[in-house]
Design a protein around this ligand. Structure first.
Ligand code: ARG
Length: 434
């Protein structure tokens, strides 16, 4: 496709248009159209500043402002024609603006580059996702607190190594996740606070010769301040990586809980019953009710971890300042954010709908010798035994050990003497010590 005309935005020194393959590898509009709202918000703030500083005249900026609103409504209404030839959301919006308002559109890009433009758009988008993640986490925390309140004193086994360890309560277990989620929330809040600086005005990398007001655009976009260094402003994506890191940790928590729900909803445990709304059936086995939402949460989490690693890989070799590699930041973050929000919503729905089975919890807590530690503690407190001895004595009590016969080679009194055991002293069924 070399006979195509050169790009109207940057093609001044180009005699021919890009090859179709070049267009395919270069275009980001297929995904960065998701930044349309942020792009137009950023352009409106930039245009208003250009008017306030006298860099553009009021009538041009008024036309730009109205034109941008029309573009936004076309995008929102679905009538906007996105063009791959126009590469990305920034040039798609500007080209349409030119169709709508004519030459004034060409003045919008004064004192700006797509480099500070995309850095601004993406920061705004990721900042919004921090807020969404915080809201999703808080909803799930409330659902867990409701569960905890309902079963505050329902006794259940606590596990280590997934072996019955000591009794805890349903409320205690639910509140463990509330603590984890509270830390997740604060990680998103920390990341949000750090990323909330405006790259606008950094232009391509070195700032601009126009007398812009960076504080004005920063304030208009809800940023705390302009970024201090223009090279940094256009070339780092650590804000997106912090989002992905916070998302990964939160996703890891969701995945652990999802794993517990899969175990707990099994016929072997029956600790919880998941609602029909958050389970599926089997097409062949009529008795089945599968915890698919929990399984999919557990599985989707891998995409979030993957996005974190992928963006680290994109960034790790890039010299300052902007490189086109950085266009590859968006899809990873979009996908991770979508899946995190979905996982949070699905977990919230499951937790709200699920009912804990008090009888099954208590029955399980009553088996597996979950109070053996309490008995040992009692021997220490009441009889004054050293804890190690109390531990041993408790361990010798009938039923605690394995159910096989004694295999000690060293205990004459044992009927099974002669069957070798390396652990005679731990063989609680034998009354004689080695
Ligand atoms: N679509 C590009 C991106 O997402 C916008 C910035 C392009 N800048 C440039 N100098 N080519 O990174």
């Amino acid at each position: 496709m070399t006979d195509k005309t050169a790009n109207a935005m940057w093609g001044g020194r180009f005699a021919a248009g890009p090859d179709a393959i070049m267009e395919a590898i270069n275009a980001s509009i297929g995904f960065d159209k998701r930044l349309a709202q942020q792009d137009i918000e950023g352009s409106r703030a930039h245009a208003a500043m250009l008017a306030a500083t006298g860099i553009l005249n009021d009538s041009d900026v008024d036309a730009i402002r109205k034109g941008l609103l029309t573009v936004l409504s076309e995008i929102d209404g679905g009538s906007f024609q996105f063009s791959t030839a126009l590469e990305d959301i920034h040039m798609n919006v500007e080209a349409r603006l030119k169709e709508l308002i004519g030459d004034a559109a060409g003045r919008l890009h004064t004192a700006r580059s797509r480099n500070d433009q995309v850095a601004t758009d993406f920061r705004l988008w990721v900042r919004g996702q921090c807020d969404a993640a915080i809201a999703g986490i808080e909803a799930l925390m409330r659902a867990l607190v409701d569960q905890a309140e309902q079963g505050a004193d329902w006794v259940m086994p606590g596990f280590t190594h997934l072996q019955t360890a000591q009794p805890v309560t349903w409320g205690h277990h639910m509140m463990a996740y509330v603590e984890m989620l509270a830390r997740d929330r604060s990680r998103f809040a920390d990341a949000r606070a750090r990323m909330n600086e405006s790259p606008l005005g950094a232009a391509a990398l070195a700032g601009t010769s126009f007398p812009i007001d960076r504080h004005m655009t920063a304030t208009a976009l809800g940023f705390d301040r302009p970024m201090a260094n223009s090279l940094d402003a256009v070339s780092d994506r650590d804000f997106a990586l912090e989002f992905l890191a916070a998302a990964s940790i939160s996703a890891m928590h969701l995945s652990r809980f999802a794993e517990e729900l899969v175990i707990w909803s099994s016929a072997q445990f029956r600790f919880v019953r998941l609602s029909d709304r958050f389970s599926t059936g089997s097409s062949i086995m009529p008795q089945k009710k599968n915890p698919d939402a929990a399984e999919l949460i557990r599985a989707k989490i891998g995409r979030i971890f993957g996005a974190n690693v992928a963006l680290m890989m994109v960034m790790k070799g890039l010299p300052l300042a902007y490189s086109k590699d950085m266009q590859e930041d968006k899809e990873q973050v979009f996908d991770a954010a979508d899946n995190l929000m979905l996982a949070l919503a699905a977990m919230d729905g499951m937790v709200r709908d699920m009912s804990a089975n008090r009888e099954a919890l208590e029955r399980a807590a009553g088996s597996g010798f979950s109070t053996a530690t309490d008995l040992a503690d009692w021997l220490v407190r009441v009889l004054g035994l050293p804890f190690r001895d109390a531990h041993h004595v408790t361990g010798t009590l009938g039923g605690l050990g394995r159910t096989g016969r004694c295999r000690s080679a060293r205990s004459d009194a044992c009927a099974d003497a002669g069957r070798p055991s390396r652990h005679h002293r731990r063989d609680f069924r034998c009354s004689r010590r080695a």
